[in-house]
Design a protein around this ligand. Structure first.
Ligand code: URP
Ligand code: ZN
Ligand code: ZN
Length: 474
């Protein structure tokens, strides 16, 4: 088995940073040595990576991606191959993608289809949540089967998208009661889709069809309301673990903070787009360009009744927001986003970002929004713990998988279609962003997958990770 030694770097975990060398044997971290100790002990390795002046951090874990998702009359353009290669370029070593079941479909077949798409195609490790888009008696039984046998311990439900993935309150309560029995986590897309659909029709009827009306028709009040309702339903179901996905707004954050204050098992994530983008600067760009930034919940206005960006960063500092994911759901402008020319409600919802989360959130460290340790915690360690993969993933420690990102804080990263961009889209959602720091070297289970600005991994290296129940609670 090949041994790799990462020398002279600073190892970062949620609890601190230490000058340590990391010894890897095959796919596993086997030892950490205080600076100089490995040399003094005569430790040898087949490959030595010099990490002088660099941070050595657990590989990023993105717990919210949608590779190849059929949605909005088309399908997300990253395959498991292209999406996981892009992820590796961004220092990500595990994704948790959302397998799909829709109304009248079988959950186990939905999961099997996701295994078919991903199996043998991933460059990094992968796991699945299961979307339940049609809750019926069989789907409820299948949820427990997935928890007990398939390593799928979290289920995404939708209060948005009526007629597509939407569940009503009764269905949600039934699913939550099932989760209360089998220990699963309920993940919620919390927007009031019924009210939103009324507003959408009213905007369209007035001829207000541009991309920016996507945001106007989905006010943050309706994200706050749905978040509140989801929390109440989870309480009625017996304080079942609830995880609010892709939070965009202070209104929703306040509901989560209140629930946490009450001692409820309520968690939440946000995404880089909700920390950096605004309706005015992105969605409202001239012509149809704003379509690039159409996602749900929408990018919020900087003139709203809340300071969403500032509140979300604060929520990250206070652990009201535990995780940063990307909600990577990429569509090209050509033939995909263009479906909504003249009608914003037909623009496929989603943005691509799996490659850029570590870079964009490190910029939050540089700007003083969060600490270096919190960067690691929100992007790697808590994702592993929240979704039952710890300590196999999410930490640099003996016995853990050798999923490692060597990060160079002295360099810069310029994001853009002609700069750094490896996703399958015909544009970059993050065009023109230049951030401090750079992905230097990435290892996935001991294999170097990115080094010297080149991809050295291969499709098929990534393994399916069977997850246990959330380790935040068990
Ligand atoms: O706009 C989004 N978020 N697209 C992906 C599907 C979802 O709701 O997560
Ligand atoms: Zn969603
Ligand atoms: Zn999503």
């Amino acid at each position: 088995m090949a041994r790799t030694l990462i020398k002279n770097g600073t190892v970062v975990s949620p609890t601190g940073r230490h000058d340590q060398d990391v010894l890897i044997d095959g796919e596993t971290i086997v030892a950490l040595y205080a600076r100089g100790q490995a040399d003094a002990m005569g430790v040898t390795a087949d490959k030595v990576i010099d990490a002088k002046g660099k941070y050595v951090v657990p590989g990023g874990i993105d717990v919210h991606t949608h590779m190849e998702l059929p949605f909005g009359g088309t399908a997300a353009v990253d395959t498991f191959e292209t999406g996981t290669i892009a992820a590796a370029w961004g220092g990500v070593t595990t994704i948790v993608d959302m397998a799909l079941q829709r109304y009248n479909e079988n959950v186990q077949l939905g999961l099997a289809e996701w295994h078919r798409k991903a199996g043998g195609n991933c460059a990094i490790d992968y796991a699945f949540h299961q979307i339940i888009g049609g809750i019926d008696e069989q789907a409820l039984k299948d949820m427990t089967y997935l928890v007990d046998h398939e390593g799928v311990t979290s289920f995404k439900l939708f209060m948005a998208y009526p007629g597509v993935f939407y569940s009503d309150d009764g269905q949600i309560l039934r699913a939550m009661q099932t989760a209360a029995e089998n220990g699963a986590m309920i993940m919620m897309h919390a927007e009031n889709g019924i009210a939103i659909d009324v507003l959408v029709q009213q905007y369209l009827a007035r001829g207000q069809t541009d991309p920016k009306y996507h945001s106007y028709s989905r006010p943050s009040l309706l994200e706050g309301e749905a978040t509140h309702r989801a929390i109440v339903l989870s309480k009625v179901a017996g304080n079942v673990p609830l995880y609010i996905v892709h939070m965009s707004a202070s209104d929703a954050l306040n509901e989560v903070a209140a629930a946490q204050h009450e001692g409820l098992n309520v968690f939440a994530e946000t995404c880089p787009q909700y920390l950096y983008m605004t309706l005015e600067d992105h969605l409202a760009r001239p012509g149809f360009e704003g379509a690039k930034f159409v996602c749900s919940p929408p990018i919020r206005s900087k003139h709203d009744h809340h300071h969403h960006h500032a509140d979300l960063w604060k929520g990250l500092r206070m652990n009201q927001l535990a995780i940063i994911s990307t909600d990577h759901c990429p569509f090209c402008m050509k033939d995909q986003k263009e479906l909504g020319l003249g009608n914003f409600s037909k623009i496929p919802n989603g943005m691509g970002g799996v490659e850029h989360r570590m870079e964009l959130i490190y910029q939050g460290v540089v700007q003083g929004e969060i600490s270096l340790e919190r960067w690691v915690e929100t992007c790697a360690t808590t994702p592993a713990r929240m979704f039952g993969m710890y300590p196999q993933k999410g930490i640099i420690a003996p016995g853990s998988d050798a999923d490692i990102l060597v990060w160079d804080p002295t360099k810069k990263t310029k994001i853009g279609i002609n700069d750094k961009h490896h996703m399958n889209m015909d544009h970059s959602s993050w065009e023109g962003f230049e951030v401090d720091g750079k992905v230097d070297t990435v290892l996935s289970r001991g294999m170097v997958v990115v080094e010297n600005d080149s991809f050295k991994g291969r499709k098929g290296h990534g393994k399916y990770i069977k997850r246990s129940l959330s380790q935040y609670l068990h």
